[in-house]
Design a protein around this ligand. Structure first.
Ligand code: SF4
Length: 383
């Protein structure tokens, strides 16, 4: 059997995450309205030092093959003075490294060249509107939209894998089709769509209803047929939608869905590609782990529950043994998620369950699906 034809090993999320996010700094020059980190203009006290950071990278490599992807995020990771020392250390050990910089004057052509020469695997850039007023309002910087589009094009032209992150809010719902078209034209490779969780500065932003979440997920499935890889963050029920659509179920006839998909077809023509909706069954704490600027470990960036600190405990022990993460990985949920046939594939956003009810194992209120077993369990008095 050739290497290309070898079956891919099933990810063993009980032992190693697929993605480790490390918030290398909280510092950022922007003040986005929905910032998860409530980033500040300068680094907060207690940030992991360079030596501690290299030790953390050694620990992440200690998870073994296939290595997790190390995502260096912030704040603005470019404000970390030793960023490329850290990238170099991770690459020497063989870890894939992705960067999540803010679009500021620091993101120069020279900086992009340095990313390329440091063998950075991918770079993610945030774009939250297809029109300058929407994006600039959310980012709080006039002219930021133009600079963001330029940055996406420059990163792609440099040969980097470019991921565009978009947070779905009421303010940009009617621009999502335009964003898909815009980033396809700018040669981005991946569209990662974040569904708002009420943490950080996201508290003040305008969330959408469960029916609208469902319509957006169906729209994203359609958008994945135009060459972009489409993924979601804090909307694992996208996988249920993908499973339904792959099984031949029709898209819903909701007004929002019809409007968005109609607009997409008008802008980009009929879909011709195969769907590229990515559906690895990760969720906060299952395949995903987050390390805050001060070394505190959380199940995810949007789920700020302290699990331990890498200054005191090996990250692998925290990931593998923490009782909450074990329950999350075992899909040991309550509410509708607890009886749902998609609990393992999806499992709901643990961050949104926690934000809504204080219970990280509760149901995800953004999902409108009523599992077959729900009415029976409700009648039996189960939670
Ligand atoms: S009920 Fe929960 S597990 Fe089922 S599809 Fe919805 S969010 Fe996912």
């Amino acid at each position: 059997m050739t290497e290309a034809a070898a079956p891919r090993a099933r990810p063993d999320f009980a032992h190693r995450p697929m993605l480790v996010f490390w918030e290398v700094t909280r510092a950022c020059q922007l003040a986005c309205k929905h910032c998860r980190a409530s980033a500040t203009s300068s680094a907060l006290p207690g940030e992991l030092s360079g030596a501690e950071g290299r030790d953390l990278i050694d620990q992440v490599a200690g998870f073994g093959h296939p290595y997790p992807i190390l995502v260096l995020t912030g704040g603005d990771c470019l404000l970390r003075p030793d960023l490329f020392d850290l990238v170099g250390h991770a690459r020497e050990l063989g870890l894939p490294v992705a960067l999540s910089p803010s679009v500021t004057p620091s993101l120069t052509p020279q900086m992009i060249e340095r990313m390329v020469s440091s063998s950075v695997t991918a770079v993610s850039i945030s774009l939250d509107g297809a029109l300058a007023p929407t994006h600039d309002w959310l980012r709080g910087v006039p002219g930021h939209f133009e600079r963001t589009i330029e940055a996406i094009g420059a990163l792609a032209a440099a040969g980097l894998t470019v991921q565009v992150n978009t947070t779905v809010m009421r303010a940009n719902l009617d621009e999502l089709a335009d964003i898909a078209e815009l980033i396809s034209r700018a040669a981005a490779h991946i569209w990662e769509v974040f569904f708002l969780v009420q943490v950080g500065r996201g508290v003040a932003s305008d969330a959408i209803s469960p029916a609208e979440h469902e319509d957006v997920c169906h729209f994203l499935y359609d958008a994945s047929q135009y060459g972009l890889i489409v993924r979601t963050v804090e909307a694992p029920f996208f996988r249920r939608v993908v499973a339904w659509r792959r099984a031949g179920q029709p898209a819903p006839a909701g007004d929002l869905y019809l409007e968005m998909s109609g607009k997409l077809e008008t802008l980009m023509g009929p879909a011709t590609g195969r769907p590229r909706a990515q559906t690895a069954s990760t969720r906060d704490g299952k395949g995903i782990l987050f390390v805050a600027h001060d070394g505190e470990v959380n199940p995810a960036g949007f789920l700020p529950l302290p699990l331990g600190n890498v200054r005191d405990e090996p990250i692998a022990a925290i990931y593998r043994d923490h009782p909450l993460l074990r329950r999350i990985r075992a899909a040991d949920f309550t509410g509708r998620c607890g009886v749902c046939e998609y609990a393992d594939l999806c499992g709901g956003s643990r961050a949104r369950a926690f934000a809504a009810s204080g219970d990280p194992l509760g149901e995800d209120p953004a999902c409108p699906y009523v599992p077959a077993g729900w009415s029976e369990s409700a009648a039996d008095g189960a939670d």
